[in-house]
Design a protein around this ligand. Structure first.
Ligand SMILES: Cc1cc2nc3c(=O)[nH]c(=O)nc-3n(C[C@H](O)[C@H](O)[C@H](O)COP(=O)(O)OP(=O)(O)OC[C@H]3O[C@@H](n4cnc5c(N)ncnc54)[C@H](O)[C@@H]3O)c2cc1C
Length: 439
C-alpha cells in the first residue's frame, strides 16, 4: 500500500502514526518548515513559544495515548492540573477528590463567588443534563440552554460562558448547545480525571508532531517539510500528488490540511464538489495570544487564571514551563482587540495584568500571535463533512470533520485515526479482491 498524508498537523500525524504502526510506509507532505499546523512552536527572541496556548484535558484519550506512544519522555511532556476553575478574585470552582460525578457536584456546591441559589441552579442543570444523557432533541444555542435552565449571573459570566468560549471558541449566543453538552459529558463528568487540565511543558511541536515524524521515519516512511501540495489528480486507480517539484502517485491519500486549504485541493476531484462547497461555507473564529516577557521573574497566584477584561485567561509560563518572567494572555473570539495594533494590544493587556497582579516588572518585549481562522465556528446547525468521501482513494482528516467535538486537538487526532482506519480497511478489501482474482 502506498499512502500520502497531506498536512503535518495533529490530524495528519495521528493518521501517519496509525498507518506506520500497521506496517504501512507513508509519505507526509507539510507545506511549512515547522510541524504542528495550528498547534506549533514559534520561536521569538530565542524563546520557544506556541502559536497559541493549548489546554488538553484528561478526556483527550487518543491524543494522550499517541503522545505516550511517540514521545521519548512522555511522563515529562505535560503538566497535569486537577480541575480548579478560577476567575481571579471573583469566582472559583474546584473539583473535590471524590469519584465522578460527586467531584463536580461538590465543586459546584462549594463554588466561591456565586450565591446558594445559583449553585443550586447549576447543580440542577447538570443533573437534568445527565438524566437526558446530554442529548437534546433539537440543537439550540448555549445561551438559550442556560437561560432555559435558569442559570444565575455569576455562573453564567464566570463559568458557563467562558467554558463555552474556551471549549468551542464560539460565543454562547450562537454556539451549539449539543456540542457543548458533549464536551461537558466527556470532559468533566465521565470520570474524575477527565476534567484535569494538561499543558505542554515544552512546545506543541515537540509534544507530538516532531516525535511522531521520527516514529514515521523509523517505520520506513518519509516526512517532506516545506512541501506544499498544489493539486491532486485522480485516475480511477491512483491519486497523483502534485508539488512544485513533481507528481507522485499513491493508492490512497489522506487530506489532513486545514478546512480552508482542503476545499481548494479537493474541488477538482470527481464527486467531491459538494464537500468542497460545504467547506467553503464554514465560518471561522480567531484566537489571539499575547506574550509579555517581563524583565524579572514574576509568579501569579495560580498557573492559569481567568480574567474579565479584554484578556480572558493568563498563563504563568514560569510556573508551567520554567520560562522566567513570561506571561501569556489569551483572547478567544471576535472583538475590539482585532482593530488594535500589536503594540496597543500588548500595552492594554499589560495594563490589565498590572492592575490585577501588579506592580509588575517592566516589559522587556512582547509578541502578539493572531490566528484569525483559529477554528471553525461551532454554531448551531453547522455542517461538517465526514472523513469518508465518495472516492475510495481519498479521505479527509482534520478538526473540522464530523464528530461529537468542537475544533480541538482530540477532534483532529480522532479524525486522523478514523481516516487511517478507512485506508487500512480499503487495503484489506483490495487484498481480498486480489485473492478472489487469483482463485
Ligand atoms: C491559537 C489557538 C489555540 C487553540 N487552543 C486549543 C486548546 O486549548 N485545546 C485544543 O484542544 N485545541 C485548541 N486549538 C485547536 C487546535 O489547535 C486544532 O484543532 C488542531 O491543531 C487542528 O489540527 P489539524 O491537524 O486538524 O489542522 P492543522 O493544524 O491546521 O494542520 C494542517 C496542516 O496542513 C498543512 N497544509 C495546509 N495546506 C497544505 C498543502 N497544500 N500542502 C501541504 N501541507 C499543507 C498546514 O501547514 C498544517 O500544518 C487552538 C487553535 C489555535 C489556533
Amino acid at each position: 500500500m502506498n499512502v500520502a498524508v497531506i498536512g503535518g498537523g495533529y490530524a495528519g500525524f495521528a493518521a501517519a502514526v496509525t498507518l506506520a504502526d500497521a506496517g504501512v510506509a507513508v509519505t507526509v507532505y507539510e507545506a511549512a518548515r515547522e510541524l504542528g499546523g495550528r498547534a506549533r512552536r514559534v520561536v521569538v527572541n530565542g524563546v520557544a513559544l506556541d502559536n497559541g496556548l493549548h489546554i488538553l484535558i484528561g478526556a483527550y484519550r487518543e491524543t494522550l495515548r499517541l503522545v505516550r506512544e511517540v514521545h521519548a519522555t512522555p511522563s515529562e511532556a505535560l503538566t497535569r492540573l486537577p480541575l480548579d476553575w478560577q476567575v481571579h478574585q471573583r469566582f472559583r470552582l474546584k473539583a473535590a477528590p471524590l469519584p465522578a460525578p460527586l467531584h463536580l457536584a461538590f465543586g459546584v456546591f462549594m463554588a466561591r463567588g456565586a450565591s446558594w441559589r445559583e449553585r443550586l441552579a447549576a447543580a440542577r442543570f447538570v443533573r437534568a443534563m445527565r438524566a437526558q444523557h446530554f442529548r437534546l432533541l433539537e440543537d439550540i444555542s448555549v445561551s438559550a440552554l442556560l437561560a432555559a435552565h435558569g442559570q444565575g449571573p455569576a455562573f453564567q459570566r464566570y463559568f458557563w460562558e467562558p467554558l463555552c468560549l474556551a471549549a468551542l471558541n464560539t460565543p454562547p449566543a450562537i454556539a451549539s448547545a449539543q456540542v457543548f453538552l458533549n464536551v461537558l459529558r466527556d470532559g468533566a463528568l465521565a470520570h474524575r480525571s477527565a476534567g484535569d487540565m494538561l499543558l505542554a511543558r515544552g512546545d506543541l511541536s515537540t509534544l507530538f508532531p516532531e516525535p511522531a515524524a521520527n516514529h514515521v521515519r523509523t517505520h520506513g516512511g518519509r516526512v517532506e517539510l516545506g512541501s506544499r501540495v498544489e493539486g491532486l489528480v485522480h485516475t480511477g486507480e491512483a491519486v497523483g500528488v502534485k508539488t512544485q517539484r513533481d507528481t507522485q502517485w499513491y493508492t490512497q491519500v489522506i487530506c489532513a490540511v486545514s478546512p480552508y486549504s482542503a476545499a481548494a485541493l479537493i474541488a477538482a476531484l470527481p464527486g467531491l464538489k459538494d464537500i468542497a462547497a460545504t467547506l467553503d461555507q464554514l465560518r471561522y473564529q480567531p484566537i489571539y495570544s499575547v506574550y509579555l516577557q517581563l524583565t524579572k521573574s514574576v509568579r501569579l497566584p495560580a498557573p492559569m487564571l481567568g480574567l474579565t477584561g479584554l484578556a480572558q485567561w493568563v498563563f504563568d509560563r514560569e510556573a508551567l514551563c520554567g520560562q522566567r518572567g513570561l506571561l501569556a494572555a489569551v483572547i478567544s473570539g471576535k472583538g475590539a482587540h482585532q482593530g488594535m495594533t500589536q503594540e496597543e494590544l500588548a500595552r492594554k493587556v499589560y495594563g490589565e495584568l498590572d492592575a490585577e497582579f501588579g506592580p509588575l516588572p517592566p516589559l522587556a518585549w512582547h509578541r502578539v500571535i493572531a490566528e484569525k481562522r483559529a477554528t471553525f465556528e461551532c454554531a448551531v446547525g453547522v455542517k461538517r463533512p465526514s472523513t469518508r468521501t465518495p472516492l475510495a482513494h481519498v479521505h479527509l482528516a482534520g478538526d473540522y470533520t464530523a464528530s461529537d467535538y468542537p475544533a480541538t486537538l482530540e477532534a483532529a487526532v480522532r479524525s486522523g485515526m478514523a481516516a487511517a482506519a478507512q485506508v487500512l480497511e480499503s487495503g484489506v478489501g483490495a487484498q481480498e479482491a486480489l485473492a478472489r482474482q487469483s482463485l
